[in-house]
Design a protein. Structure first.
Length: 163
């Protein structure tokens, strides 16, 4: 699937917009991150975020089972709503050093940056998918207990044809 390349704004425009967003007297829910995203990703282009998960040794299979049971169905529902275009999961073929190790990379392609950074409330959807909320909450807590680390990286395309 090919995605259109975003045109880059001049650095001064991005910095000016980010500074204005940080120092303006906007609503308390507006974060610097959301403002920076809005300044650089105003168009309706797909927006990718990679989520990296490093499990405690011996817990990768348990983490993946809990992810598939409790989180992937929520992501699929967001795909049905049109918020997410694609979800994929990858794991390394070989091992890495402990400081650079990760077990799963989940790549989510959102419809656009605004959707990726909005305040969408998934609670009603989760209650519908998981009527036994006590079990759901315990399993989600367990999914995060067995992690050593988790981090998110928004990804941008790099046009190799531009000088």
């Amino acid at each position: 699937m090919k995605f259109a390349m975003r045109k880059m704004l001049p650095l001064s425009a991005v910095l000016l917009a980010a500074a204005a967003a940080i120092f303006s007297a906007g609503p308390a829910t507006t974060t610097a991150r959301q403002s920076a995203v809005a300044a650089t990703d105003t168009a309706d282009y797909p927006y990718a975020i990679e989520y990296y998960y490093k499990t405690k040794w011996g817990h990768a299979d348990e983490f993946l089972a809990l992810f598939k049971k409790n989180h992937y169905p929520v992501l699929k529902k967001e795909m049905e709503l049109g918020r997410i275009l694609k979800v994929s999961v990858a794991s390394p073929r070989y091992h890495a050093t402990e400081d650079g190790r990760w077990d799963f990379r989940v790549t989510i392609i959102f419809k656009n940056a605004a959707i990726a950074n909005d305040t969408f409330d998934s609670a009603p959807m989760i209650k519908q998918l998981y009527p036994d909320q006590d079990t759901y909450k315990k399993e989600e807590q367990r999914r995060f207990e067995i992690l050593d680390s988790h981090y998110d990286i928004p990804i941008k395309d790099v046009d190799l044809g531009v000088r």
